[in-house]
Design a binder for this molecule. Sequence first.
Ligand SMILES: [Zn+2]
Length: 316
Amino acid sequence: MNVYLGLDVGGTKVAVGVVTGAGEVLSTLRQDTAACRSGGDPLREIIHLGRAALAQVDGAALEGVGIALPGPVNRDGITMRAAPTIPELQEVSLRGPLTTAFGVPAAGDNDANACALAEARFGAGRGGRLVAYITLSTGIGGGIVGEGRVLRGVTGAAGEFGHQVLLPAGGPPCDCGNTGCLEALASGRGIARRAALAFAAEPAPGGPDHGQWTAERVAERARGGDMRARDVWSETALYLGLGISNIINLFDPDIIILGGGVAVGAADLLHDPIREVVRTRCMPSLVRTVEIRIAELRGHTGVVGAACLAMEMQHL
Ligand SMILES: [Zn+2]
């Protein structure tokens, strides 16, 4: 059976899997990134995991290997330009070692583009012509997939939806160095920051020892009827709705997919309010043809996405 190997390298875990051309996951293995790094050669460990996953599938004919990486990637050499969570791989070209180790062509990209491909091909974007994928978790990332291929831009950074500026002045600082970005306002961290302001008069949840607001805790409060928590989510939906309206006006997609832990976990609080914002703030001629959907692939998105990078390369 023809298969692809997906290597999903994250800041906290490494997941690998054998995936068919139809997106079916035949075997997976995972390990903590810290454990992969402990021997001093994380790439060797990742290759070892990949071989072990392949060995679990009888009669696998490997077509290609794809690797999804946490951060900006130079795709020519499959090189991470910055890798704070796995510094051993920074500025190391992975193309040669992966091609040699598995005897097939290798492809690599950042994890947001990989997940965008996975959702566009096999998840909520199936059948779409132009799919914009937004991932909402600690930060906000994204990717644009047209006719089955990622739109990458000149330097590979297209689709950084989190860094569109929504507030011209007075907005919170963003990791990119700007202020008032969508990510600073509506990511998991942005939600926690606004919740801390909204609830400034009372102790943080969980007591002084682990007293930190998180998107999850604000969601629990909102579902319990707390109006301040509901306001935090309404404001989040407003920012996301504005950001998505911009994306629709710029790209005219037929499907927008909201993925990532925060978006999926709080879909009940976000989905309808976002649609309402988009309905009123987007160009009317465009909003009629676009659907906003919650991501469908769950635990294996990164692995399937990494495998999709190899499939995408094959169809160049
Ligand atoms: Zn930013």
